[in-house]
Design a protein around this ligand. Structure first.
Ligand code: ASP
Length: 397
């Protein structure tokens, strides 16, 4: 039986176990089943820093010249921004069609949940540049690690012969990290079961029903974005059957769905890219960048949620406000870290930009984990899609 099927079965079993444990069993699920998922994710996460660092350095060295890095970089960022933009439009469309906020009452109670505001844009940009690369690694600050690794790769290429030993060592680290991911993934079904059961137990039907429309709108926007946008891109630009694409990246998409972490799924996404036939040289550049800046699912979610909150306050948005949502949403999704719940914090940035009360997001806070699942899955699938497209266009040169 292949891994995707095993993971799917584990997902199904996790949902059944969660539903049968229910709200009374939620504590038990968190205490005794949850750790299976936590251990699995810890094992995967322990590889993120060595893997991203080493594979990026080697990726840059393999590209060889600055021109090629610039070309691949431009293509990658272009695709990432384009798909994200489209995702927000889709999110807004679903927010308009479903009107999830119409008729919802805003409880005054848990306003505090939404009080954490997003950082200002300039700070996000300045923070990309590390003062201490080791500190960046200790804190697993992906953007800073990316900047350092890119520089190191360029410098190793610049030095040439005398840096050969360093290059080989880093190459060895990359290979060993991939190997470890492969070993750990054998336990993915157990991990997925452990991740899902407690979430389902804690978020039974009673929690979900009142906000069902938001949930449906976000899920549909995510599913349609993935199937339609990625499906078409892979087929018409990449020349690959969408079925083959989705099947191959399924382990990464499912792990993202259950773990709600693009960063955590990165090692697995890299393994799937190998199976798609994407060259390591491209994957090791495009995927770490995507796990950090490309968040299409988050963008779609932000579109739906911004409209939802406007609707509960009875605010009719102007054309200018829609445009602001598009622009800040794209920026917010770039600034969103690939960790659980990050998109929710960035939602406050959009609300502030269009002048909606932050308190509105308190309603979302309660169901955010359920919305995090599809959006993270789309985030990761989007990275895989762009990775494939960039590789294709490089190979056709
Ligand atoms: N959890 C998402 C991710 O890791 C980010 C988000 O919260 O939207 O991709």
């Amino acid at each position: 039986m292949n891994l995707s099927v095993k993971i799917l079965i584990a997902l199904g079993l996790g949902i059944i176990a969660g539903l049968s444990l229910g709200a009374e069993g939620a504590k038990f699920a968190a205490a005794w089943i949850g750790p299976l998922g936590t251990i699995f994710m810890n094992m995967i996460k322990m590889l993120i820093v060595p893997l991203v660092f080493s594979s990026l350095v080697i990726g840059v060295c393999a590209l060889g010249d600055i021109k090629k890095i610039g070309r691949i970089g431009a293509k990658t960022v272009g695709w990432y921004l384009g798909t994200t933009f489209f995702a927000i439009i889709l999110g807004l469309a679903f927010g308009l069609i479903f009107e999830p906020g119409v008729g919802v009452n805003m409880p005054g109670a848990d306003v505090k949940a939404a009080a954490k505001a997003a950082p200002p844009i300039m700070k996000v940009i300045v923070d990309i540049f590390p003062t201490n690369p080791l500190d960046a690694m200790l804190k697993a600050n992906m953007l800073q690690i990316i900047v350092f690794a890119l520089f190191l790769g360029i410098a190793i290429t610049g030095v040439g012969e005398r840096a050969e030993y360093l290059k080989r060592t880093i190459d060895g680290l990359a290979e060993v990290s991939y190997k470890m991911v492969g070993y750990i993934m054998k336990f993915a079904p157990i991990g997925v079961f452990g991740l899902v059961a407690p979430v389902v137990a804690a978020n039974g039907p009673a929690v979900l029903l009142p906000l069902l429309k938001v949930i449906i709108a976000v899920y549909l926007a995510c599913i349609i974005h993935a199937l339609f946008v990625y499906g078409c891109l892979v087929k018409f630009v990449g020349g690959l059957s969408p079925v083959a694409f989705f099947k191959t990246v399924m382990p990464a998409s499912l792990l993202a769905f259950t773990s709600c972490s693009s960063g955590g799924t990165l090692p697995v996404n890299m393994e799937c890219a190998d199976k798609l036939g994407v060259s390591r040289e491209v994957s090791s550049f495009v995927l770490p960048l995507g796990a950090t800046i490309n968040m299409d699912g988050t963008a779609a979610y932000q579109g739906v949620c911004a409209l939802f909150i406007a609707q509960i306050y009875g605010v009719d948005l102007t054309a200018g406000q829609y445009l602001t949502i598009l622009l800040t949403g794209t920026l917010a999704s770039i600034g969103t870290a690939g960790v659980p719940g990050a998109g929710f914090i960035m939602l406050t940035m959009i609300l502030t930009a269009i002048g909606l009360p932050l308190e509105g997001s308190a309603l979302i806070a309660g169901i955010d984990r359920i919305l995090d699942m599809p959006r993270t899955s789309v985030n990761v699938t989007g990275d895989a899609c762009v990775n494939y497209l960039v590789d294709r266009s490089e190979k056709s040169k």
